[in-house]
Write a protein that binds this ligand. Sequence first.
Ligand code: GDG
Length: 507
Amino acid sequence: MTSRAQKTTRTPDGRLIVVSNRLPFVFRRDGDGRWQSEPSSGGLVTALLPVLRYRGGTWIGWTGSAGTAPDLESEIATAGKETGYELRAVPLAADEVHNFYEGCSNEIIWPLFHDMQQMCNFLPEYWRTYREVNHKYARVAHDASGPGDFVWVHDYHLMGVAAELRRLGTKARIGFFLHIPFPSPDIFLKLPWRRETIDALLKFDLVGFQTMRDRRNFVQCVRALVPGVEFEGRGQVLQAAIGEHSLRIGNFPISIDFNAFVRQAAAADVAAHAKELHRLLPNRKLILGIDRLDYTKGIPVRLRAFQNLLERYPDLRERVSLIQVVVPSREDIDRYRELKTEIEQLVGHINGSFVRPGGWVPVWYVYGGLSRLELLAYYRAADIALITPLKDGMNLVAKEYCVCSIEEDCVLILSEFAGAAAQLARGALLVNPYDIEGVADTIHRACHMDRRERQARMRRMRRSIRENDVFQWVDSFLRAAITKDLSAFPQPEHYVAEEAPDTSLAL
Ligand code: GDG
C-alpha cells in the first residue's frame, strides 16, 4: 500500500463500494477442477486498493463466467479475505451475458460512444436485458451499502445503476465514471433509448468524464433532451440541478501509477530485454504500436500510413521497423475476426512489397498478449510510439510509454482523438489518424527530430503525468463528491489551453 495514496485520499465518510462490470480477479478452474483466483493488474485496481483497505469497502462485479457455481463462492470469499476488502459477485446467466455484455454493451454502447454508429446493432432485447442486469448490480450494491457510504460505479455497462438504486431507496451517495468517450449529440441522439440513458445518468450525485470534450458533449445532450436542467460553474466540476436533485459533472483524466512504472522499467531484466530487441532489429528506428484487437484502434489505417511512408520516403527503407502488437480480444465475434484477417493481409502485403533478401522486415507483427516484462521492454526499446486510435477515452498505453522512457529520448505520435491528447499535446506529435499522408509525414518528422527536441517534449509529458498520477485521479474524483466549494476545482491549465471550451455554451 502506498503511504502517499493513504495520506492524500479523502473519501466521503463511510466505506467505498466499487461497482464495475468485472471483479478485479480472474477466476479459473485448475486441472483438478478447483477454482483458482488471480488478481487483475489494471491501473484502476492499483489506484483503488489503498482507499478500499484504508476506509474499508466492497467491490461488486461479475466473475467472468456465465451461470452460478456454488464452489466459486467460497473462492471469491477467500480472495476477498486476502485482499483486505470484501468481494461480492453478481451472477449472470448465459443469455444475460449475450444480451447485456456482448449485445447492449459491446454492440451498441461501445461502437456508438466511439462514433461508429454503423457498427451498432440496436436490438430491443439487448436494451431490455441491459436494464434488468443493471438492476441486478444495483440490488447487490443496495444490500452492501449503508447511508454514509459512497458507491462508485464504473463504465458504460452500468449507466443505469443509480436510477435502480434510487428506486430501491438507497441512501448512500453515488458516483459514476465513464472510461470511454461520450459522443456529441449528433451521434448520441441515434440511441433509441437516449432519454432513458440521460435520465439515468442524471440520477447520480457525481458524473465524471475523461475530458472536457466528453463533458461538454454530455451537457449538450442533456440540454437537447431534458428541459429545465440548470448548470452552474466554470471550473473542472459543474453543478447541475434538476427538480429536487442536484448533481456534479466533471472531467477527471485517468492516469497511471507513475512511480511504479518508472521503477519497473528501470529493472535490469527489462533493460536486457530491450537491448535484445535492438540486437534482433539492428541499425534502425523502432516504431511501436500496441493495441487490443478493436476497430476503434485504427490499426489498418495505421498500417496504410506506414506503407505510405515507405513509398514516399525511400530514405527510411531499412532504417525503420514497425513493431505492431495486437492483443487478442472478442475473437468469437465475426467483426473482430474479420479485422484480424484485414490486419494480417495488410502486414503480409507490406512485408511482401518491401522485404529485402537476407535482412530487413518492415513490419514485425505480434499477435498475442505480452507479459509485463515484455510490455515494459517494448516501451523502453521503442524510439517512436505510434498510437493512433480513431477514438479513445484516454489511452493509457500512451502514458505508460512516456513514463517508461526513462532516458526521455524518444517520440510519441498520438491521435488527436485519444483522450490523452488533451493532456499530452505539448509534447506529443498529434495526428489525425484518418490522414494517411499526414501520419506518414509525421513519422518521417519523428525519425529526423533532433535529440534536444525529443528530450524536451518527453520531459514535458512525463512531468505532467507525474503530477497527475492515478492516485491524484482517485483523490480528485472523491473530493469532487464532497467538497462544498467548487472553486477548489479550477480547470487544469493544460486542458483550458488545449481544448478551448465551446463559447456558445461556456461550459
Ligand atoms: C478503457 C478505455 C481508457 C495492453 N496490452 C497488454 C497489456 N495492456 C495494458 C496496457 C494498459 C491497458 O492494458 C490498456 O489500457 P487502455 O487505456 O489503452 O485501454 P482499455 O483497456 O480499452 O480501457 C481507455 C481506459 O479504459 C482507462 O480509463 O484509457 O480509453 O477504452 O494498461 O498496459 N498489459 C500486458 N500485456 C499486454 O499485452 N501485461
